[in-house]
Design a protein around this ligand. Structure first.
Ligand SMILES: Nc1ncnc2c1ncn2[C@@H]1O[C@H](COP(=O)(O)OP(=O)(O)OP(=O)(O)O)[C@@H](O)[C@H]1O
Ligand SMILES: [Mg+2]
Length: 247
C-alpha cells in the first residue's frame, strides 16, 4: 500500500524552483532512501511532505496524498503528528531526558503519570537507549553523547505515534559504531513505521533501504528498488552518481 502519493510536485523558494515535477509513491512500512548531491532538494522534499515548507519560505504546487487524501485536507497538527520529521541538525531540548520524551504527549493531553512513564520506557526501548539511560532520566539530554542524542531525537519524534518518519541525514555526524546502531534501529522501526531517510551515505542507503530515489537538481532521475538502483541503474546519471563521480 502506498501511504504517500506525490504527483507532479513543484517546490519553489520565491522565484527559485527547487523541486521539478516530481512524482513518486512511498510504500507503507518500507524504508525509502533519498539520495543526490548537496543542494539537489532532498531536505526541501522532506519539509514539503509534512507541510513545513511554508514556514521555511517555500511554496508548492502539485498533489501529495497521505493515505489517499490530500495532505492539505488534514488538520495541520494532526498531519504533523502522523508525519514526523527529524532534521539534520536536531538536538534534544535543553531539558531532562524525561521531559524531552513527555513534552509532546503532555501537549497532546496525556496527564497520567503512569501513562507518561510507560511512554518513556517504551520509547527508550524502541530506540535502544533503555539500558544505557533508564537510571538517569533526569539528566540534561544535551549531555548525552552524539549518538545517544540522535536516538533520543528519533525517540522524541515517536512519542506522538506517527505513521511516517522523515529523517534528514540521521547519521551525518556519527561514527561507524553509532551509525550501525541507528541503522539497526531503523530496520527494526520499519516494521511499525514508514521511513523516508535522506542520506549522503550510499552504502547506508544500500544496507537499509527497500527503495531508493535519486534526485539531481530537483528532478527525480530514478526511483526503484534499492537493488535495481544500485545494481542495475537505468539512467547514466544514476550510474555516475553511485560510482561517486559527482556529489
Ligand atoms: N529556506 C530556503 N530559502 C531559500 N532557498 C532555500 C531554502 N532552503 C533551501 N534552499 C535552496 O534550495 C536548494 C535545495 O536545498 P535543500 O536544502 O533542499 O538541498 P539538499 O539536497 O537537502 O542539500 P544537502 O545535501 O546539502 O542538505 C538549494 O539551492 C538551497 O540553497
Ligand atoms: Mg539537506
Amino acid at each position: 500500500m502506498n501511504i504517500l502519493e506525490i504527483n507532479n510536485l513543484n517546490v519553489s523558494y520565491g522565484s527559485k524552483q527547487v523541486i521539478k515535477n516530481l512524482s513518486m509513491n512511498i510504500e507503507k512500512n518500507k524504508i525509502t532512501a533519498v539520495i543526490g548531491p548537496s543542494g539537489c532538494g532532498k531536505s526541501t522534499l522532506l519539509t514539503t511532505l509534512n507541510l513545513m515548507i511554508a514556514e521555511n519560505g517555500g511554496s508548492f504546487t502539485g498533489e501529495i496524498l497521505f493515505k489517499g487524501k490530500d495532505i492539505l485536507s488534514y488538520e495541520i497538527d494532526y498531519l504533523r503528528r502522523m508525519i514526523g520529521i527529524v532534521f539534520q541538525k536536531s538536538t534534544p531540548f535543553p531539558f531532562s531526558i524525561y521531559k524531552n520524551l513527555t513534552y509532546a504527549p503532555k501537549y497532546y493531553g496525556i496527564k497520567d503519570k503512569n501513562r507518561l512513564n510507560e511512554i518513556v520506557e517504551n520509547i527508550l526501548k524502541r530506540v535502544g537507549l533503555y539500558d544505557e539511560i533508564n537510571k538517569n532520566l533526569n539528566m540534561l539530554a544535551t549531555k548525552l553523547s552524539g549518538g545517544q542524542q540522535q536516538r533520543l531525537c528519533i525517540g522524541r519524534a515517536l512519542t506522538v505515534e506517527p505513521e511516517i518518519l522523515l529523517l534528514d541525514e540521521p547519521c551525518s555526524a556519527l561514527d561507524r559504531k553509532n551509525t550501525a546502531n541507528i541503522e539497526e534501529m531503523l530496520l527494526e522501526l520499519s516494521k511499525d513505521y514508514t521511513i523516508v531517510v535522506v542520506t549522503h551515505n550510499l552504502s547506508q542507503a544500500k544496507r537499509i533501504s527497500d527503495y531508493t530515489a535519486f534526485i539531481l537538481d530537483g528532478e527525480l532521475i530514478e526511483y526503484d528498488t534499492t537493488e535495481n538502483v544500485f545494481n542495475n541503474p537505468k539512467d547514466d546519471r544514476t550510474r555516475e552518481y553511485i560510482k561517486g563521480i559527482y556529489g
